[in-house]
Design a protein around this ligand. Structure first.
Ligand code: ADP
Ligand code: GLC
Length: 512
């Protein structure tokens, strides 16, 4: 890229400027998660949306994802692809075979979604095993996807990989698959959704198991010397272009504080690192049509929101009415999400403000689960905690809460703060990554802004922001303004898709 600040993407012209005749692109997307089939967090939402909206924009998109045992085959109509049955594919010395199934996406029946069925790898357990088996699962996924392209005789112009799981693909294309002219023009994009997860494994037996011994010289040498293979670093070395999911995060990960040890490599590639903030799939997250809500509302008339709040509180065993502020949380319960700050702040606020109500949905690290369980036990009738994963409840909390809290330590983008704004639920966030880029601090003097934003990762910071939110909630005119501002924000995917397409084109035309 010539000129322009890193993470800006600003010197890439939007697709529309290229004229109407711009050709459709052949795009291969490979991912560990794709909602609604396989999702543990935003990766699933974003890959599903990218696939669907790129398809909607007229591109030939084919997405590849494992057919995990955990995917309920009764919920979706999977059909085997005849010419992709029992395809042999070796992983190092291990002779495996896979069969490919398609399934119609609920929102886009003609979309090319391909599920790699390989019971030897994906036949047990959840999406992730948390063991070295994951290295095998996901190395195989990338190669199976490229093998499908070969069998289809389909030459993707872009292979778009996501996170560490598929970060070996750019290297595979330059090594294992380099003999095949089908990929001669193929370029790779790797999106960094979360550099906190890098896919780091002991390399000793793994190189042989993955068939990487002959290309060991191309791997990160210092890691190899200490017996490690880092999937994500491999992607950073070989992907033609790197993206992450907000402009602020593109800058943050080049610093020691946020780079998780990758900052030097990322700085070295800063010309090829672009931040594009995620969008919201308004077909799924829209209070006017959301099937998970008992009644509907929109920016013009948000009055039904109060009924959703009552419904939510009743369901969670919480008492209260329109005047009791209800704070919501929906999250993976990990240190990334900043819940360490809650240990001090939430009990203190609950003690000092008898009106305050709290509803929490999530699961993850034991210390956070125990904290919310004990808070619920102490403040029965005022705090409700649902431990686990529950998509309908996530929608209800987005809609029924007054305030939504995300005190993240780091947040590459974050989706819930954008969902909240559309649902008239005011976000309280820390100024980091996508939270900084998508929540505008509220200024009561001008009436501008959509939420409450604190800078320092300290209990005092969170407490300050929450208190301001609660004080403003007590002023109905200001609160209505705040809600209207948030509901009026446009985070639609269509705009962001144009940015991705513009980026893809810089690679296919060689003009950057
Ligand atoms: P991350 O990907 O880091 O988890 P995001 O904000 O990008 O964070 O995305 C989280 C997504 O996962 C949102 O769609 C959110 O509603 C969903 N989610 C998180 N935890 C749960 C849960 N326990 N139950 C249902 N949905 C959840
Ligand atoms: C990651 C990040 C989150 C982001 C999501 C989708 O898991 O933690 O901030 O929104 O991916 O890009």
């Amino acid at each position: 890229m010539t000129g322009g600040p890193p993470g800006d993407g600003g010197n890439v012209s939007p697709e529309g400027e290229e004229g109407e005749e711009a050709a459709a692109l052949r795009l291969c997307l490979i991912t560990a998660e794709l909602a609604p089939f396989a999702k543990t967090g935003g990766l699933g939402d974003v890959c599903a949306a990218l696939t669907r909206y790129l398809h909607g924009a007229g591109h030939d998109v084919r997405a590849f994802v494992p057919l995990y045992a955990k995917i309920d085959r009764g919920d979706h109509h999977f059909v085997a692809v005849e010419f992709l049955r029992n395809v042999p594919l070796a992983l190092g010395p291990w002779e495996l075979e896979f069969t490919v199934y398609t399934a119609a996406h609920p929102g886009a029946p003609s979309l090319g979604l391909y599920f790699i069925d390989c019971p030897a790898l994906y036949g047990d357990g959840s999406f992730y095993t948390g063991t070295q088996e994951d290295a095998l699962r996901f190395a195989f996924l990338g190669r199976a996807a490229l093998t499908c392209c070969q069998r289809m005789g389909w030459s993707p112009e872009i292979v778009h990989c996501h996170d560490w799981h598929t970060a070996l693909v750019p290297l595979d294309l330059r090594t294992l698959f380099s003999w095949d002219r089908l990929f001669a023009q193929t370029r790779t994009v790797l999106t960094l959704h979360n550099v906190g997860y890098q896919g780091v494994f002991g390399s000793q037996q793994l190189l042989a198991r993955l068939g990487l011994e002959s290309v060991a010289a191309k791997l990160h040498q210092e890691d190899l010397q200490v017996g490690r293979l880092n999937f994500l670093k491999t992607g950073l070395l070989y992907a033609d272009l790197l993206t992450t999911v907000s402009r602020t995060h593109a800058l943050e990960i080049q610093t020691q504080r946020y780079g998780m040890g990758l900052e030097e490599m990322l700085r070295a590639r800063s010309d090829h690192l672009i931040g594009i903030v995620n969008g919201v799939d308004y077909e799924e997250w829209n209070p006017a049509t959301d099937p998970h809500l008992p009644v509907h509302y929109d920016a013009e008339d948000p009055s039904n929101k109060g009924q959703v709040k009552q419904h939510l509180m009743a369901g969670m065993g919480i008492s209260g009415d329109a005047s009791t502020p209800l704070v919501g949380i929906v999250s993976r319960l990990t240190s990334q999400k900043g819940f360490d700050l809650c240990f001090e702040v939430l009990p203190e606020l609950l003690r000092r403000r008898p009106q305050l109500r709290l509803v929490v949905l999530g699961s993850g690290e034991r210390r956070y689960e125990e904290f919310f369980l004990s808070l619920e036990a102490t403040y029965r009738g005022r705090v409700g905690f649902y431990r686990g994963y529950n998509n309908p409840l996530a929608h209800l909390i987005e809609a029924g809460s007054d305030i939504f809290v995300m005190p993240s330590l780091y947040e590459p983008c974050g989706l819930n703060q954008m969902y909240s704004q559309r649902y008239g639920t005011v976000p309280v966030v820390r100024r980091t990554g996508g939270l900084a880029d998508t929540v505008e601090p509220f200024d009561p003097a001008t009436g501008r802004g959509t939420g409450f934003v604190f800078d320092h990762f300290t209990p005092q910071g969170l407490q300050w922001a929450l208190q301001r939110a609660l004080d403003t909630f007590a002023e109905p005119a200001l609160w209505s303004r705040l809600i209207a501002n948030g509901m009026g924000r446009d985070f639609s995917w269509e705009k962001q898709i144009e940015r991705y397409v513009a980026l893809y084109r810089t690679l296919t035309t060689g003009i950057r």
